[in-house]
Structures are given as C-alpha cells and as structure tokens.
Design a protein around this ligand. Structure first.
Ligand code: SF4
Ligand code: SF3
Length: 520
C-alpha cells in the first residue's frame, strides 16, 4: 500500500496530513501497520469489556499505544509482531472485532476530530504510564481507563459525549503524570537544582536520549568504573537533578540540543547514542552503526537492546563506546545562544521549598508575572517565537520551563530575582505535573483560582504527549493558554471554536502582540 494517512504531529504535510510518507520519515507501510495495531488494540479493549483483563494485555496495551507515538518506532516488523500478540491476547479473551482500519480517520470532520483528539491523547498517556510501569508503579483506575477509552473510540458518540470523554481523559492523564512523578521521585529522589556542563571530556562516552530514567540508571550501573562517561541529550537533561542519578560521577554533562538537530549533532560522533524513547529521526549512514534503540523504540537495521528477566544488557553499547574511543581531547560545546552550561532541577519540591520567598516577591511586586514557556521543540522556523518570547519578557517576570523546547533558550542568562533564577527548568514534558502543583499551591496561597494568578502558559507542541498534557490543562479548567507554533491538524474548525469559546485557547501570534495582550 502506497497510501497512508497520519496527522498526529505538528509537522504534518501542509498542516493537513501526511499521505505518501511522513515528514518524520515514517513510510506508508509502517503508518498503515500502526493503524492496524491501533484497530487491534480497540479489538482487545472490546474483548476485555472495557477494563483490564490482566498483566499481559496491559503491557501490550501500553506498549502498542506508545509504539505509535511520533518518532518512536519505524520498524514495520516489530509493529506487526505487536499486532499479532494483541490479536492472540484478544482471542484468549473470547475474541472481538478489530476496528475497521478504513474508519479510523474518516467520517464527519468534527467527529473524526474529536475521536482523533482522544486517541492521540491516549497514545501520549501510554508513554507516561509505561515509564511509571517499568518502575513498578501501576494504578488500577488508570490502566482500566485505557480499555475504557479504547473501547469508546470504537463506538459512535455525540459531540457532547466525545467532549465529556476527552475531559475525563484529561483528569486520568493528570493521575498518570502524578503516578510517574511518584515513580521517579521514589526511585531517584526529588530533583535538586544543578548546573550541567556542555563540555565533553576526552575518552569513550555514550550519549543517552529520550525520557526513560530507568534505562539511564541501568546504563550508569553497567558503565561504572569502565572509563566511559555518560552524556544526556534532549529530554534526558533533567536526569542530572535526581540524587540517585547525579551520584554517578561519570554522568558528566549534556550533549547537543533538542531532537530535530540530531542528524547534524550525531554526524560522525565518536560515540554510541542510546534512544530510550522518542524522538528518533531516521539515522544517517554517518552514524547509523552507532545508534542503539531500546524499549518500544525501533528502526529497521538499527541495533536493539531487549529486556530479559527485567534487566537490560547494554554490553553492545558499552563495547561500541570503547571501540569508538570518543575524542582525543576535551571538547567545549555551547548552547544555542552561546551559554556553556545549563541549569535544571526546579521541580515541584524545590520550587515549593522556596514558596515563601516566591510569595513574598509577588506581594512586594518584585515578581509581576509568571510564564510557563514549555513543550516540544521541532524543525519549523516559526519556533523562534519561543526564544524571542523569553528574551522579551520583562525583568520582573519569571519563566518556568519544561520539555525539549527549552533548548532554544535554556542557556540564556536572564539574571535573578531575589536569589531565584529568572528561568527555572522543571524537567521533562511529564513534569508538567510539577508546574500544575506549583500553580495550584500559588493559587492556594493567594486564595484565588489558577486563572486569577499572574501566570500565563505559552505552550509549544509537536507530538502526542503534548496533546495529553494540553487536555489535562483544559480538564483542570485552565484558561487562555497560548498554543503554537501552529494548531493541530486534527482539530476541526468547529472543535477549535469550542476550545476558543470554552477555554479561551489562543493560537500564538507575534511575540509583541501576545506579550502586550498578556501584560497590557
Ligand atoms: Fe506525518 Fe507527523 Fe504522522 Fe510522521 S507522525 S507521518 S510527520 S503527521
Ligand atoms: Fe520533545 Fe520529542 Fe515532545 Fe517530551 S523529545 S517533549 S518532542
């Protein structure tokens, strides 16, 4: 089949949909296999009666959904294998019809829009649930909701019913992010502020990217004392702030920027790169031999590290690092704006730990406004908006940030207010949970609602984790969120009208106009 349809990410062709090959590099046959897998998962949810039937099905549900997130798995064979396992599990439960593949993205535009919004949110939530799951954290209500949601996707609903399902989903995703926060902080401690160098020291090293902290932890254990240094890339940066990860002396620093620059940054790199999750771009021949995938990530011809008996053996990655040997002398790198180090670790515990100081600064007028400038990065030129936005924020404002979009400005030195840095990195995209907790605590302290706080959310989206976070923010009733750099193709004009009317959702315009509208 040479035709496909996918409109799940921000870089989709013409803001409408990829129909021949994905801009992400996903070929038509893989896109279709991912659709078949999705339809089989709806079948599994039907056979299970809309609730969890047990561990094997749960793992397939989470992994199957996660594998279809943008830039995760391009390996048609692995997608097929997953689908067969899903169908076998479905048969064990007494069988049910898979959802018809030709109906997945077709029908009345508003209903397609609402169904897609729910499905894409569920895909994002599966990624977070999986990260919590591998750390032993599972919640019955959350796992059951995957089946409820997937079963509902296979049914007809009115616009209002879809909207209710989507709001219910937003609440469940909040619980999922809370579960992942609990999983990470109980395994690795609460993040503490830390400065992360951009320098790569001479000798063998490994670059780790993606979101999975357990993979990083296992790699740190297995490389200890071997003369190999570990560098984080992309969404792995916040790992430096966790006490149980930062204690490893060979976790040295951060290499590169956000995902869309990887083909340039990994070109002829004298080190292996381990992808624990998205965002994987098709590896170029100059470095394909040193790319390793693990977990649900996959690419044809790229070496994959499997889990056996709950453990991963990273020996092939370690041997590759030793074989390539790294650089012969220390290399100084800088961030996009020339900064030589990055700061991270301002998760909820740290920020709430200085809540008195923050509240005082707001009361005294030293802090006039908070911005959460967070979300995904991407390749479009329009994303310079976020750098410009941060640069233009007045000196009496504070910028909270999270996810990979921050690489556009996280090396800027914007100074401090009352001992607090003006830019505070709260962590990965899932650490939007931390931002929500801080906002709720501030609202509590000022005895008002979150919408009455001097706080504006300026979000950048690319893939489906951003979709689930946005739906959570809407479900919490958070209004007047700025969203860019372009609106999702899967939001129809009528659905957009609802989001604008009900939630005051605002597409980003120009920095000057938006700042003026926010600050007056
Ligand atoms: Fe296109 Fe994005 Fe889908 Fe890739 S994930 S095929 S770029 S819409
Ligand atoms: Fe980035 Fe892919 Fe979304 Fe976790 S790594 S935020 S885009």
């Amino acid at each position: 089949m040479n035709e496909m349809f996918c409109f799940q990410c921000e870089q989709t062709v013409g803001g409408k949909g990829c129909t021949v090959r994905g801009v992400c590099g996903k070929p038509a046959d893989v896109a279709n296999k991912q659709d078949e897998l999705t339809c089989a998962l709806i079948g599994l949810a039907r056979a299970a009666g809309g609730k969890s039937p047990g561990k094997t099905a749960d793992e397939l549900m989470l992994q199957g959904l996660f594998a279809t997130v943008t830039n995760v798995n391009f390996d048609g064979q692995r997608i097929d294998e997953l689908k067969k396992l899903v169908q076998a599990e479905k048969e064990k439960l007494g069988g049910a019809e898979d959802f018809p593949i030709d109906k997945l993205w077709t029908g009345d535009p508003d209903l397609v829009s609402l169904r897609s919004t729910l499905l894409l949110g569920i895909r994002g939530m599966a990624a977070y649930a999986w990260h919590a799951y591998v750390l032993g954290q599972k919640d019955e209500e959350i796992i059951n909701w995957f089946y409820k949601g997937m079963q509902a996707l296979g049914e007809e609903h009115t616009v209002d019913e879809w909207l209710n399902l989507i709001m219910e989903f937003g609440q469940i995703n909040l619980k999922t992010m809370a579960l992942l926060d609990k999983a990470n902080t109980s395994a690795y401690g609460h993040p503490v502020p830390v400065k992360v160098p951009k320098k790569v020291e001479k000798g063998p090293f490994i670059v780790v990217t993606g979101h999975d902290l357990l993979d990083l932890k296992q790699l740190l254990e297995q490389t200890e004392g071997k003369g190999i240094n570990i560098y984080t890339h992309g969404e792995m940066l916040p790992a430096h702030a966790y006490p149980e990860l930062k204690k490893y002396a060979h976790l040295k620093g951060n290499y590169g920027t956000a995902w869309q620059n990887q083909q340039k940054e990994f070109d002829n790199l004298p080190a292996p790169i381990l992808f624990t999750t998205n965002c994987l771009m098709p590896p170029k021949p100059s470095y394909a031999d040193r790319v390793f995938t693990t977990s649900v990530v996959g690419y044809p011809g790229i070496q994959h590290i499997k889990e056996e008996n709950g453990k991963k053996d990273f020996t092939p990655v370690i041997n590759k690092a030793l074989e390539l040997g790294g650089w012969s002398e220390d290399k100084e790198f800088v961030g996009i704006n020339g900064g030589s180090e990055l700061t991270t670790g301002f998760a909820r515990n740290t920020v709430l730990g200085v809540a008195d100081k923050v509240i005082e600064a707001v009361k005294s007028g030293a802090i006039k406004h908070f911005f959460l400038v967070g979300g995904c990065d991407g390749a479009r030129p329009g994303r310079n908006y976020y750098t410009e936005f941060v640069e233009k924020t007045p000196k009496d404002t504070v910028i909270l940030t999270l996810a990979c979009g921050k690489y556009r400005f996280n090396d800027l030195d914007l100074g401090e207010i009352g001992g607090l840095p003006r830019i505070m990195d709260m962590g990965q995209c899932n650490d939007a949970y931390s931002a929500i907790q801080v906002a709720l605590a501030l609202a509590d302290a000022f005895n008002c609602g979150v919408n009455e706080l001097p706080l504006t959310l300026v979000l950048s989206w690319y893939e489906q984790k951003a979709v689930c976070i946005l739906l959570t923010l809407l479900a919490l009733g958070i209004k007047n969120i700025y969203l860019g750099p372009s609106l999702p193709a899967f939001i129809s004009s009528n659905v957009l009208n609802v989001l604008v009317e009900k939630f005051g959702l605002k597409p980003t315009t120009t920095v000057d106009e938006d700042l003026k509208a926010i600050l007056g």
